[in-house]
Design a protein around this ligand. Structure first.
Ligand SMILES: [Mn+2]
Length: 365
């Protein structure tokens, strides 16, 4: 197992790459979508929240060339110059694929655009594309000083039933001039949209040598903003990977989100999906509670036994990357960085206790 650091778009700098190396990471996962653009900037570099009812920033990149093979290669070589490996790009820009998620009129041209991005990633040697096929996205969360020692963290205090505004998807705004509301989709319709997406993109990903990795719905409620959710119980992950059986159809396995789910057990889910070799990479985060009421916590203080989770991954020969997901903000000059360093240190400590495996290719005597 390897340890990585997830970096937001505005954090892609040599300084942060050096920080990752110093903390003990060998890999990074990068976001190219700037969730903070056009408002909701967070000086603490933490995850965007936007409050319970608000949306994040404006989708769409003024510099769309960042998704070109040339730019992706440039970013990869900057990361490699710092001594790290670029494992994944996390999330597509909502402006790139809103009609794929919403089943709108530009769906087919947007599918072509995603296919081009996947090919660019293959050409640039970036092996994984994390995505979250969700209409309402990560939304409806509240924040407060609920972590140990009053550290500010996020959570959910109940459902969010206000309708989805037109011109928004995935909790970002793709058309600031739109008015009115988006009609509710049915659960079956949402699955049909996902199937269309996977049936068209997975063959492209196979050709390009890229793995798609699905994040579950966070918070994992059956609906948010009157729109259905796709993966809000552990079993629904199986349905997603069975749509198109392929090594390129894999999971961005979020331990925190799965622990927030009302059904099943997070340990069973870790065991089941790692045993199948379906986990592309892991988001590690602890929580307390279940939807609709839960809170994110420090890695060592929530409901989930992280030693058991990492032990199961190891026992099932998971050799991929684990990254800290969100962490509470620590009270100091660098709230985000200290939260990450704390979580990385915890993971290192656990990994150091796992039984060593014989190196591949070496003869056992
Ligand atoms: Mn996650």
């Amino acid at each position: 197992m390897k340890i990585g650091l997830g970096l937001y778009r505005h954090m892609l700098s040599r300084e942060n790459y050096d920080f990752a190396r110093q903390a003990g990471c060998t890999h990074v996962v990068i976001h190219l979508v700037d969730y903070f653009r056009g408002g909701n900037a967070n000086p603490n570099n933490n995850q965007p929240t936007g409050g319970k009812y608000g949306y994040w920033g404006v989708a769409g990149d003024p510099d769309d060339a960042i998704w070109s093979a040339r730019e992706l290669k440039r970013i990869r070589s900057e990361i490699e110059d710092a001594g790290l490996i670029l494992e994944a790009i996390e999330n597509l820009d909502p402006a790139t694929w809103y009609d794929v998620i919403l089943g709108g009129p530009r769906r087919d041209e947007q599918i072509e655009r995603i296919a081009a991005i996947v090919r660019n990633m293959g050409e640039a040697g970036i092996p994984t594309l994390g995505y979250n096929f969700s209409i309402a996205g990560v939304c409806g969360r509240v924040s407060g000083p609920w972590g140990r020692g009053g550290a500010v963290t996020v959570g959910s205090d109940g459902p969010l039933d206000e309708p989805l505004a037109n011109g928004t998807v995935w909790n970002m705004i793709y058309d600031p001039h739109a008015t009115g509301q988006t009609p509710s989709a049915s659960y079956d319709e949402l699955w049909k949209r996902l199937e269309f997406f996977l049936q068209r993109i997975i063959p492209v990903a196979e050709q390009a040598g890229v793995r798609l990795a699905a994040h579950p719905d966070d918070p994992p409620m059956p609906s948010m903003r009157r729109q259905p959710r796709l993966v809000y119980q552990p079993d629904m992950y199986q349905r997603l990977i069975d749509v198109v059986p392929s090594t390129s159809n894999a999971l961005e396995f979020c331990v925190g989100t799965i622990s927030e789910m009302r059904e099943g057990s997070v340990y069973d889910a870790v065991d089941r999906y790692s045993r199948q070799g379906k986990i592309a990479y892991v988001h590690l985060r602890n929580i307390t509670g279940k939807v609709p009421e839960y809170r994110e916590t420090f890695i060592d203080e929530g409901d989930v036994d992280m030693v058991r989770v990492l032990g199961l991954l190891h026992a099932n020969s998971f050799e991929g990357v684990v990254i800290p997901d969100h962490t509470p903000q620590m009270t100091c000059a660098a709230p985000w960085h200290s939260g990450m360093a704390h979580t990385i240190g915890f993971i290192q400590g656990v990994l150091a206790t796992l039984p060593k495996r014989p190196k591949q290719g070496t003869k056992q005597v």
